[in-house]
Design a protein around this ligand. Structure first.
Ligand code: ADP
Ligand code: ADP
Length: 225
């Protein structure tokens, strides 16, 4: 069964359709990278999957379950944003455990999940700091850690490395590759960076003007004569 099924999704703002009928399927463990010019609808599609936008028509399924009308917290997805979107007044550990706390999980389970994610991302020494005490790269690790603790079926990344400098971007590309291999999770990753698409994708989706224009393996799309 596919991890993610997007079926004829349309998203309109008043009379303008940002997504004009997109269908797409991601199999378990795929690392799908979505590329395309600014304004083509990548972020809107990702936010629609996360439930941060209400779609106009169509359906979205995660592991076979129709989540088109589900709450963001009940979709089995976790999203990582370009601007990190950490809660400034909470510590790193509280940020990472917040979704589980809201879901009413026991303290011991939350602590274990936070410790595991912190270990994977090598941020154990920062757990008691607040976000303003962290560098950009550390903040993005915390944001990724916060997604991991939710144990989502599908990870959604919206240009997560765009605010980092070149050296850090290349380091984080390797980290995300390691994370993908370790968690064997399905990931959908939006970027305008061709290097990220080439190095991380198992499949690339090219969007243009609210539609999917092409889907293919990285080498098929970028190494054509
Ligand atoms: P991308 O992520 O590919 O840069 P977006 O998904 O952010 O593109 O935007 C797609 C289109 O939808 C753009 O034309 C944008 O201006 C428009 N759009 C996005 N959000 C809104 C909104 N809240 N209201 C109206 N138009 C919007
Ligand atoms: P609030 O403003 O009430 O604190 P949040 O910003 O935490 O709300 O989240 C709004 C909705 O998005 C909630 O239903 C929450 O469960 C969900 N949510 C929060 N973080 C993420 C994330 N990383 N990925 C997906 N959904 C999230």
């Amino acid at each position: 069964m596919p991890s993610l099924q997007i079926d004829s999704v349309v998203k309109s703002y008043d009379s303008f359709a940002a997504i004009k009928g997109v269908s797409f399927t991601a199999e378990p463990g795929e690392f799908v990278v979505m590329v395309g010019p600014s304004g083509c609808g990548k972020s809107t599609l990702l936010r629609s999957i996360a439930g941060l936008e209400t779609i106009t028509s169509g359906a979205i399924r995660i592991d076979g379950r129709d989540i088109t009308h589900a709450e963001p917290s009940d979709r089995g997805v976790a999203m990582v944003f370009q601007n990190y979107a950490l809660y400034p007044h909470m510590t790193v550990a509280e940020n990472m455990g917040f979704a589980l706390k809201m879901a009413g999980r026991p303290k011991a389970e939350i602590a274990a999940a936070v410790a595991k994610a912190a270990n994977i991302l090598r941020i154990e020494e920062h757990l008691h700091k607040t976000p303003k005490q962290l560098s950009g790269g550390q903040k993005q690790r915390v944001a990724i850690g916060r997604a991991i603790t939710r144990a989502p079926h599908v990870f959604l990344f919206d240009e997560p490395l765009s605010n980092l400098d070149a050296a850090l971007r290349s380091q984080m590309r390797v980290e995300l590759g390691r994370l993908h291999a370790e968690l064997r999770a399905t990931m959908v990753y939006v970027t305008h960076d061709q290097t990220e698409a080439m190095t991380m994708a198992t499949r690339i989706v090219v969007m243009n003007a609210g539609r999917i224009e092409q889907v293919g393996a990285p080498l098929d799309l970028y190494n054509r004569p």
